[in-house]
Write a protein that binds this ligand. Structure first.
Ligand SMILES: NC(=O)c1ccc[n+]([C@@H]2O[C@H](COP(=O)([O-])OP(=O)(O)OC[C@H]3O[C@@H](n4cnc5c(N)ncnc54)[C@H](O)[C@@H]3O)[C@@H](O)[C@H]2O)c1
Ligand SMILES: [Zn+2]
Length: 365
């Protein structure tokens, strides 16, 4: 498979290339670049790129924190990076966040190229240009916009990625296509996405998801309106992910978060179990998410260990909320994703808590 398209951004266009075999061919072309790679590739990358200086980084949340930045920047300096250096990031969302961030600040900004190696990196985070950096207990609190020059996606690279991690990325693709509208979601489902799927179907799913996300980031690059809809499932999801101390992976937590958001409307005064009766797409979406969540065999134990009050505390401190309202991304009766300002009140918090308890109860061991 070989397919390319451009993403327009305020600092110029950049290319996305979905290309079987790119991991070998495109990576070895980059002779003067400094590679920042996931430690997972410590044994295999040197075989592909002998005698190339590479900084290996363990893909953990602590690696994409403000605390970890100074030491990494010193390592980059010791590796001789100057104004002519280009960075190459090889890894999933963590390596991408790290590289976007350092590339945006090192010597006031250098260019970089990205080779995503997780489904999540390929279907979602690789475009949009954001870095999301953790500060102490606060996830993704600070960041920059600094898109790569090119993104090279080789679907076959995920053959070593565990099925639960694949499911995590597939959930983000499902979310993006759902947010874009029924036609995109139907085309997404036609790819028959599941962990371990054929690489050509995976390539088509990646293309479908990135083309859907392209629309959001081109009409609203800086998260003012339309792009905010892509946070669907993330307010609940980040709270669950954080309360599990990152034991529940990002996409899996987002899957649970989407189910919580849908449950929130069913629990509203005018809601009820038939709230989405006029939008059969919701049933398809929920059953697809449920199938993906079953691929994470550690989920029942991790969910059982969650403290609902801690999930609530984290949800209340989400940075999107306003002084007098909680900002939630919800779905209306017609199946359309909408931004809703829910007034801060005891009743609202009870609904939030009851939605969370109901969904977590379904998945706990
Ligand atoms: N900046 C953005 O726009 C954006 C968007 C979405 C998510 N994110 C961030 O991305 C992070 C999650 O990223 P992720 O889900 O891609 O995972 P990840 O980068 O955390 O990697 C998950 C695990 O998979 C391993 N791995 C990576 N590639 C592999 C491969 N090909 N084979 C086997 N193992 C492999 C890693 O070593 C790690 O253990 C979160 O921190 C999230 O906040 C950022
Ligand atoms: Zn996400």
């Amino acid at each position: 498979m070989s397919e390319s398209f451009d993403i327009k951004s305020s600092i110029g266009s950049y290319g996305v290339h979905i290309e079987t075999g790119a991991f070998g061919t495109r990576l070895s072309e980059r002779h003067r670049d400094l590679i920042l790679a996931d430690k997972f590739f410590e044994d295999t990358l040197p075989l592909l790129l002998p005698a190339r200086e590479t900084i290996f980084i363990e893909a953990m949340e602590g690696a994409k924190s403000l605390d970890a930045a100074p030491e990494l920047i010193e390592r980059i300096r010791r590796a001789g990076a100057n104004r002519e250096t280009r960075f190459v990031s090889v890894g999933g969302g963590v390596l991408q966040d790290v590289c976007t961030f350092v590339a945006s600040i090192y010597m006031r900004g250098l260019s970089w190229v990205y080779f995503p190696t997780t489904v999540l990196g390929m279907v979602d985070s690789c475009i949009g240009g954001k870095s999301s950096i953790n500060v102490g207990p606060y996830k993704n609190l600070v960041g920059t916009y600094h898109p790569p020059q090119n993104v090279f996606i080789d679907p076959e690279v995920i053959h070593t990625l565990p099925f639960d991690q694949q499911a995590s990325g597939i959930i983000e693709a499902a979310k993006i296509c759902f947010c874009r509208g029924p036609e995109f979601f139907a085309n997404y489902l036609k790819c028959d996405p599941y962990p371990g799927m054929q690489f050509d179907s995976l390539g088509r799913m990646i293309s479908q998801s990135l083309r859907a996300k392209k629309w959001f980031i081109e009409v609203d690059e800086f998260d003012q309106k339309e792009r905010l809809l892509l946070n669907f499932g993330h307010t609940f999801g980040h709270a669950i992910e954080g309360a599990s101390n990152y034991g529940i992976s990002h996409g899996i937590a987002v899957g649970l978060g989407i189910l919580c958001a849908l449950e929130f409307n069913r629990q509203s005064l005018l809601g009820g179990p038939d709230y989405f009766a006029g939008a059969p797409i919701i049933g398809d979406f929920e059953s697809h998410l449920d199938t993906m969540l079953q691929y994470d065999h550690t989920l029942p134990g991790a969910v059982a260990a969650l403290s609902v009050p801690e999930v609530m505390e984290r949800l209340k401190s989400d940075k999107k909320h306003k002084q007098d309202s909680y900002v939630l991304i919800l779905v209306d009766r017609t199946g359309k994703v909408v931004i809703e300002k829910v007034p801060r009140s005891v009743e609202s918090l009870q609904r939030v808590q009851s939605a969370i308890t109901s969904v977590l109860g379904r998945y706990a061991a």
